[in-house]
Design a protein around this ligand. Structure first.
Ligand code: PLP
Length: 393
């Protein structure tokens, strides 16, 4: 059976090969340390589990409105007001099956064949694929280390064509952990206004910020930018709820209406029980969220120090999320590897440390290490990487 053209152009996930290999080694009985995880290693907080169990017991197990239960949309509106001072009515919010499906649905309702979406690189692996699946064309702009993995207004201006529809801003970022300041966003916002663009603001790591600078959304900057921004967020990373699949989009009413209509023909609705769990998450205060953030902060401090003291490795200090994205080109070449992918493969084979090569994120000199694992594992991983570098030098 010949498959549709749209899936023929899908790029297989770069993380898959290394994850499969790590898994195979584990099954053979090796002590593998996985630093590839894209999810918090904490359990979902107890009060959230309780709310889900209660929802089941109360029979809240049926179809819900496609855009999500009104109480949850209201809770999301309250959250956006409290955290960011943003006013959204319930018709400007759709609850989705994870933030990923909010993005997927958004590109589906936004893009005509050939419409362009600007994606700063390094990028989260699903952006280009989702844009392509919607018939759009990803346009990459290099956000290099020399500018802390951020794009400049001039870079953005330079790639805009008559077909450019939107730009994705993911701050804090997966895979780099960088975060835009208010001033930087204001300058990018000027180009957005000038060129009449929409901003897809992926704020899924909003709660995991480790600097004095607050997280800022493009939607907060002016009424005009508010009207040009779709905020994407959810409970996956903030409340350690990756498996529950609850995210949301908040933005202009006509876009949210179209997304809701599309969702009614695809998912029908996000799981009812998970919606009640997310309602509890947003209604339950932030003690648990802050506890997890503090644990991440401690790990970042320790692991970052270890990493930058290794020969041939340099790293921008992340401001948020739970990833480090060091440049290991020199280390790889000092060790005699032809490229970073080969370095990553050998590190897994010999020292049993699993990292994700940066090539899949559009940055071939880097690797992504997740610190969503115990301090003990992080220290062990650093010891092993150190040993590996010494052995090959
Ligand atoms: N956006 C970014 C930048 C991510 O890293 C992820 C998850 O890895 C998502 C969106 C998807 O989040 P969710 O699990 O809520 O679909």
């Amino acid at each position: 059976m010949e498959l549709a053209n749209r899936v023929q152009t899908l790029t297989p996930s770069s993380t898959l090969a290394i994850t499969a290999k790590a898994k195979a080694l584990k099954q053979e009985g090796h002590d593998v340390i996985g630093l590839g995880a894209g999810e918090p290693d904490f359990n979902t907080p107890e009060y959230i589990l309780k709310a889900a169990k209660q929802a089941m017991d109360e029979g809240l197990t049926k179809y819900t409105p496609s855009g999500g239960i009104p109480e949850l949309r209201k809770a999301v509106a309250d959250k956006l007001k409290k955290d960011q001072g943003l006013e959204y009515n319930e018709n400007q919010i759709i609850v989705t099956t994870g933030a990923k499906h909010a993005l997927f649905t958004l590109f589906q309702v936004l893009l005509n064949p050939g419409d362009e979406v600007v994606i700063p690189a390094p990028y989260w692996v699903s952006y280009p694929e989702q844009v392509k699946l919607a018939g759009g064309k990803p346009v990459f702009v290099k956000a290099g280390e020399e500018n802390e993995f951020k794009i400049t207004p001039d870079q953005l201006r330079d790639v805009i064509t008559s077909r450019t529809k939107a730009v994705i801003i993911n701050s804090p970022s997966n895979p780099t952990g960088m975060m835009y300041t208010r001033e930087e966003l204001e300058k990018l916002g000027e180009v957005v206004r000038e060129k009449d663009l929409l901003v897809v603001s992926d704020e899924i790591y909003e709660k995991l910020v480790y600097t004095e600078d607050p997280h800022v959304s493009m939607a907060q900057l002016s009424d005009d930018l508010y009207g040009r921004t779709v905020v994407i967020n959810g409970v996956s990373k903030s409340h350690s709820m990756t498996g529950w699949r609850i995210g949301y989009a908040a933005g202009p009413g006509e876009i949210i209406k179209a997304m809701t209509s599309l969702a009614s023909h695809s998912t029908s609705n996000p799981t009812s029980i998970a919606q009640h769990a997310a309602l509890a998450a947003y209604s339950g205060g932030e003690d648990e969220v802050m506890k997890m953030r503090e644990a991440f902060r401690e790990r970042l401090e320790v692991f970052y120090e270890r990493l930058i003291n290794l020969p041939g490795i340099s790293c921008e200090k992340p401001k948020g999320a739970f990833y480090l994205f060091p440049n290991v080109k020199e280390a790889a070449s000092n060790c005699g590897f032809r490229d970073v992918d080969a370095f990553v493969e050998a590190l897994l084979e010999e020292e049993k440390v699993a990292l994700v090569p940066g090539s899949g994120f559009g940055s071939e000199n880097n690797v992504r290490l997740s610190y969503a694992t115990s301090m003990d594992n992080l220290n062990k991983a650093a010891d092993r990487i150190e040993k590996f570098l010494k052995t090959h030098h």
